[in-house]
Design a protein. Structure first.
Length: 187
């Protein structure tokens, strides 16, 4: 332990000496990158590149991600109006993601939002297959573990959002769509 402490003190002493030398010489230190160019040049160039991308429209999210975000916002507001208490959005673990988490009285509600621009093939809820239900179940258990496994009822809902020209045309809330995937139990 003393070896590490001595090393830290040595580095701190060198940094203090360097700062004192710079003050005496009245020359500001200029940090340089791996090519030997001043970092300020890179920061200016990167800022210009970011502004250029924004001007060209390259910095925007892809269309499917924008639709998904719009659907989640609309679903959140819809469920709030129906009396559910909003807790969190986009809860992520290494096992998956839960779009929205609400509380409905004494029940914790995990919501999967499915947004589609058309319903010509199948209903959006059909995309929540067995594999997706398993991921949602595991992610819900991770959320409950963070809360120290409270004695509370849980349910899984699906909200279907249909968009038309980027605006919400229809929304369906499907409460208690599926139960815990076997072999899981809670409570």
């Amino acid at each position: 332990m003393n070896h590490w402490l001595a090393g830290i003190k040595k580095v701190a002493r060198r940094a203090a000496e360097r700062l004192e030398k710079d003050k005496q010489n009245r020359q500001p230190t200029i940090e340089k990158d791996w090519l030997g160019l001043p970092c300020a040049i890179w920061f200016t160039a990167m800022a210009f590149l970011d502004r250029f991308k924004l001007w060209r429209g390259e910095d925007k999210l892809p269309l499917h991600l924008r639709h998904g975000a719009a659907g989640e916002r609309a679903a959140r507001e819809h469920l709030k109006k129906n009396g559910l208490k909003y807790l969190t959005a986009n809860f992520r673990t290494d096992r998956g993601e839960i779009d929205l988490v609400f509380r409905d009285g004494d029940c914790l509600v995990f919501v999967e939002v499915k947004t589609r621009s058309s319903e010509s093939w199948v209903r959006p809820a059909a995309a929540v297959n067995a594999r997706k239900r398993l991921r949602l179940t595991r992610c819900a258990f991770d959320y409950l573990r963070l809360l120290r496994n409270p004695p509370i009822k849980i349910r899984f809902d699906i909200v279907e959002v249909l968009l038309e020209d980027g605006a919400v045309s229809e929304m369906r809330h499907l409460p208690n769509t599926f139960t815990l995937t076997a072999p899981f139990r809670y409570g």
